[in-house]
Design a protein around this ligand. Structure first.
Ligand code: BG6
Length: 453
């Protein structure tokens, strides 16, 4: 059971109410944290009750006893990131809370803010001494201080390199947690596991047997009141640079020395270096410009599809198609690996090739597309062999942010992004941006713009 203080900077934002508070709530409910406090800091003048009530609607299976513990341990601190004096006050408040609650001094700073604030917030925290270990524990163990940066990590390669340079002057790499919450999802953790623990897949994982790979992250929701953030970010920076390229790297990496943290990060980074984006289509849903916080003449893309190749022996000639967008026809996050057809020995050949689909959302599981005989006839029909995750393990699997917060408390960086992986991903985004593509319109609830890749 862990003991620490969470300092969430950006506590009135969408991420905090939708994901972070619900994740901490579940950690309390499942007794994974004990003796903790949360300081939520943000600009608006609000009470802690107001801040927490915004998160309440995102709590599933609400339980009043757990909520009460959360409420007692939550403190709201009105805070302007640019006002240096407020950092001093934050420091005093943090020390007072730690003393009063007899906390260990373990601290997690969570920057749920726009990336433009990462460097200055980190520097200011350091300048008031808040990131130093201030308490020595009776068992001689010093408390730890860790810092979490929400994605996107920068706006482009240059800005991400600058942030990395700035923060590495203050924190050691072991203290830095760059989040991509997709890596905390159980089924994303399954991608490499399926391939490397099943002898029926790994020998086929190459261009001799694989025809194409399709990675989809489609959402039926829009920008959900995050107009200002979204308009300065767009789907390429919000989703392609992180979630999609991580899914691609996990699917295509060379076998790591071991299926564990550092080795997987090495393998992902190596394969990202070889990615070449050949074509892409961008789109914006109709009505986007009337969303609150969006510029009336905005050219920000809410849809992207792209074709990429991996320039190595394993993947030469295999196209990777990726797609992500808002206000599409459905919520779907999946990776489909389509295998090459084998020589047909029938008069009426199978209509579908074999495929393996790893379904990350909304249904979790994976399925294998095969061909079988139609009962009573000598005809072939496509069938699906299913593994449904919730049927076997129930629906109470931990959510991504819960898993990730536990990893931060444990000091396990395996599923956080290393500097080189992020920089490689930005280089791929630069390939796309250099094409200066037109942004096509598409209707809400459709499959995106009617333009061919
Ligand atoms: C976030 C993006 O990283 O991921 C959001 O900023 C997006 O725009 C979200 O909606 C999707 O995550 P999930 O877990 O709901 O698929």
């Amino acid at each position: 059971m862990f003991n620490c203080t969470f300092v969430i900077l950006g506590a009135t934002g969408d991420l905090t109410r939708r994901k972070l508070i619900p994740a901490i709530y579940r950690l309390i409910r499942d007794k994974k944290i004990k003796n903790f406090s949360i300081i939520g800091a943000a600009l608006p003048k609000k009470t802690k009750i107001e801040v927490l009530s915004e998160a309440k609607k995102f709590i599933k299976n609400y339980d009043s006893a757990t909520w009460k513990i959360l409420q007692t341990n939550f403190h709201y601190f009105q805070f302007d990131f640019h006002d240096f004096d407020r950092y001093k006050t934050l420091n005093k408040k943090l020390e007072a809370i730690e003393k009063k609650q007899k906390l260990s001094g373990n601290r997690i700073f969570y920057l749920a803010t726009m990336p433009e604030h990462f460097s200055s917030i980190t520097k200011n925290l350091a300048n008031v001494g808040i990131v130093e270990k201030t308490i020595s524990l009776p068992n001689k163990q010093s408390p730890w201080v860790r810092i979490v940066y929400e994605k996107p990590f920068g706006y482009d390669l240059k800005s991400s390199q600058k942030i990395n340079r700035d923060i590495s002057k203050i924190f050691k790499e072991e203290q830095i947690y760059r989040i991509d919450h997709y890596l905390g999802k159980d089924l994303v953790g399954d991608i490499a596991l399926i391939r490397f623990t099943n002898s029926i897949f790994e020998p086929l994982w190459n261009n001799k047997h694989i025809h194409s790979v399709h990675i989809v992250l489609s959402e039926n929701i829009g920008i959900e009141g995050r107009g200002e953030f979204y308009d300065s970010t767009g789907v390429v920076n919000d989703i392609l640079q992180s979630h999609i390229l991580q899914l691609l790297a996990l699917t295509s990496m060379e076998p790591p020395k071991r299926l564990a943290g550092k080795f997987i990060r090495d393998a992902k980074s190596n394969v990202l270096k070889k990615v070449k984006l050949t074509s892409a289509v961008l789109g914006q849903y109709e009505g986007y410009k009337s969303e609150k916080g969006v510029k009336k003449d905005s050219k920000t893309e809410t849809f992207v599809t792209a074709k990429l190749f991996i320039n190595n022996r394993r993947w030469k000639g295999v196209p990777f198609f990726v797609k992500a967008g808002k206000c599409l026809d459905k919520k779907e996050v999946s990776i489909k690996i389509v295998f090459k057809r084998i020589k047909c020995l029938l008069d009426s050949c199978p209509s579908e090739p074999n495929y393996l689909t790893i379904s990350i959302q909304p249904e979790e599981g994976f399925y294998l597309g095969m061909n079988s005989k139609l009962p009573g006839k000598y005809e072939v029909i496509p069938i699906r062999m299913d593994f449904c995750h919730s049927c076997l393990f129930g629906t109470n699997t931990p959510e991504a942010y819960e898993n990730l917060l536990i990893d931060v408390m444990r000091g396990d960086q395996s599923v956080f992004l290393r500097r080189d992986e992020i920089e490689q991903s930005w280089k791929i985004v630069e390939q796309l941006k250099s094409k200066k593509l037109k942004v096509h319109k598409y209707k809400k609830g459709t499959n995106g713009p009617e333009v061919k890749l």
